[in-house]
Design a binder for this molecule. Structure first.
Ligand code: ADP
Ligand code: MG
Length: 401
């Protein structure tokens, strides 16, 4: 995979596909404000390295899913302003890709200067299923650059005009963020130091079966919390009350438990759970044995004994991958399992990788020190697909001649 050190970017117009899809909220004056600029910060290294190399940078990015419509609340304008502050130089904003002066603005860039094109998903061809439509847009984009750099890890699992089609038209390379993500996942997928522990949680077991199937032949221990744990408990014959349950996945889960035994992989399930009648913390909360969840109650977090058990297993590991919160961490009463596990991971000497959008959000929301993790992925869907063992189109295209 070529990086920005392997292609000539000096005095070149570099089309940089970044992932700047930050969560936004309307303030009291109706102005859109960024609520978490993590993805913007993650894009700074590549931009600054390109500037040092005297590149002229044209940023391509998306916000939300406008589906080809110019939705004003999904404008990249506030993102361009904030990113400019983070890199330390203002960014020229291009309102309309198809505007009469777009090429003039781009061609007037001096080395080290940056322009950003408005939300690329305002163009309906960006996400079209029809390759010829995407290629049409990619050709327009290609007029704005001499080389293409992909740094938006959050979109590399997508076959889209500004991700894959454009890469086939220009000399191409990976940015620093894509390099870092690639390196971290390569290590945990192909080169883990043992003992290797994977901690899985989140809501639905069906979302994570692909990950478990791929990792079961690689790991030593699989710790399972979150909503998905209840389908495992049910598969072992225990009642789970009103907890999240995917009845139609029980057979698959039984098979997984068998495969794990054959491969000598230890599956660790909750021994106690935090239960309540309500998801929002408004009803009484208690802790019960995981095998004795009463009728009418929902398991909403792993219990304190389970948290301690998981923390011990993490402490003994040399490599840990964590994907999916241990409970409904958004509600204080059900956040403690996620917090204990994340803290154990932060304190451990193991090489630690966090994948999954909500898991990364949990680390920030719970106020944990992000620098204590070796890698927190910026791509939710992309990181899951890598853990499933899939080839991602936006990375594969970098290997094409
Ligand atoms: P990630 O984005 O990290 O892959 P998921 O999207 O799979 O994680 O799951 C995150 C969601 O799972 C959170 O919103 C959390 O509230 C929910 N969740 C975790 N545990 C439970 C549970 N026991 N019952 C219901 N929802 C849960
Ligand atoms: Mg999620």
């Amino acid at each position: 995979m070529k990086t920005i050190d392997d292609i000539d970017v000096t005095n070149q117009r570099v089309l940089l596909r970044a992932d700047l899809n930050a969560p936004m909220k309307q303030d009291a004056n109706g102005v859109m404000q960024i609520t978490d600029d993590g993805r913007l910060k993650a894009s700074v290294t590549t931009i600054n390295d390109l500037r040092k190399k005297n590149a002229k940078i044209v940023v391509l990015a998306h916000l939300g899913r406008p589906k080809g419509e110019r939705k004003p609340e999904l404008s990249l304008k506030p993102i361009a302003k904030r990113l400019g502050e983070l890199v330390g130089t203002p960014i020229t904003f291009i309102d309309d890709l198809n505007g009469a002066d777009t090429l003039t603005i781009v061609n007037a860039l001096k080395p080290g200067e940056i322009a950003m094109v408005e939300n690329i998903r305002y163009e309906k061809d960006e996400t079209s299923k029809d390759a010829t439509e995407r290629q049409k847009l990619a050709k327009v984009l290609a007029t704005l650059g001499d080389v293409f750099v992909i740094d938006g890890f959050g979109v590399v699992h997508r076959e889209q005009a500004s991700v894959t089609d454009i890469a086939r038209l220009l000399p191409k390379a990976a940015g620093r963020l894509v390099q870092a993500e690639q390196k971290a996942f390569d290590k945990v997928l192909n080169n883990p130091v043992r003992p290797y522990v994977v901690v899985l949680g989140g809501s639905k077991v069906s979302d994570k079966l692909g990950v478990i199937n791929n990792l079961i032949s690689k790991v030593d221990k699989l710790l399972i919390g979150g909503g998905m744990a209840f389908t495992f408990l049910k598969a072992q014959g225990f009642e789970v009350g009103d907890s999240l349950l995917e009845i139609d996945r029980i057979e698959e889960v039984k098979q997984l438990i068998k495969t794990a035994q054959e491969k000598n992989v230890e599956i660790v399930l909750p021994v106690d759970v935090v239960i309540s009648k309500e998801l929002d913390g408004s009803a009484p909360v208690s802790v019960v044995d995981a095998h004795q969840i009463p009728v009418g109650q929902k398991g909403l977090d792993i219990g304190p004994k389970t948290s301690e058990l998981f923390a011990t297993k993490i402490r003994d590991a040399k490599t840990v991958v964590w994907n999916g919160p241990m409970g409904v961490f958004e509600v204080n009463a059900f956040a403690s399992g996620t917090k204990t596990v994340a803290q154990a991971l932060a304190n451990s000497d193991a090489y630690s990788v966090v994948g999954g959008g909500d898991s990364a959000a949990a680390i920030r929301l719970l106020g944990l020190d992000e620098s204590k993790f070796d890698h927190i992925s910026t791509g939710g869907g992309a990181s899951l697909e890598l853990l499933e063992g899939k080839v991602l189109p936006g990375l594969a295209v970098l290997e094409e001649g």
